[in-house]
Write a protein that binds this ligand. Sequence first.
Ligand code: FE2
Length: 294
Amino acid sequence: MTHSLSIEPLTIKPLRGTTFGAVVTGVKAAALDDAAWREIHAAWLQYALLIFPGQYLKRDEQIAFAKRFGPLEFEMAAISNVKSDGSLRIEADNDDVMKILKGNMGWHCDSTYMPVQAKGAVFSAEVVPSIGGRTGFADMRAAYDALDGPLKARIEKLAAHHSLHHSQSKLGHQTKKSDGEYSGYGLHDGPMPLRQLVKVHPETGRKSLLIGRHAHNIPGMDKAESERLLQELVDFACQPPRIYHHDWTAGDAVVWDNRCLLHQATPWDMNQPRVMWHSRIAGNPASESALASP
Ligand SMILES: [Fe+2]
């Protein structure tokens, strides 16, 4: 009997019922040849979210895959309720990690509070809870396209400040330790980035909304009006068919374009472990820098 190795061809299948996202099969993300890489990179720009089931990426493989998209802002961070000693964080303790896990259940864009916002991220599932813990994504290109003309014109020249202190303290989470030291990535004391509400994608030229929980305080607008406008934009943008919530299976990996998508964590039973790995791709300073401070 001859044994033929059946190799499934690389397939990129758009998600149904959404404006974005595709599932990629027939490829090992950790071992892409140049032709497969070109196809995947083009699909990433088109669909903004690629889902690769059954990858089981090892640490080095995930970092190498993420680096195909560009230099990294950081290589690998655990997004998890499991401590390094293997015990579970107690939800009610509400420690610094728990506060960020909870905070990230609001729609947001990564690292907009840093001088250069992230280009994207590779995110993979090692241990998943039986219920919940989905990750939501929202297409800000389609959201921008769906705005009416007057609203497009109104926001075209507007910008907002982005800050993790703002978004966390809005949830009642103190972002400084009692000794005055900051605790956690992104809780810096540097200048607060100002970013335009309408972002032009540096590679596709498409416009998208740059909003989410870190955005606040639009210059030239009173605080309440600014909050209202930003909230209205998020409420409008993050609706079907512009959203997709991924229900994770261990071994899944995704890569998203942080220059045109928002994302959010969702609750799970924190008596169950959840271990996810996040590799953050650095933005290009030429296109992802904040505006110069006025
Ligand atoms: Fe995030």
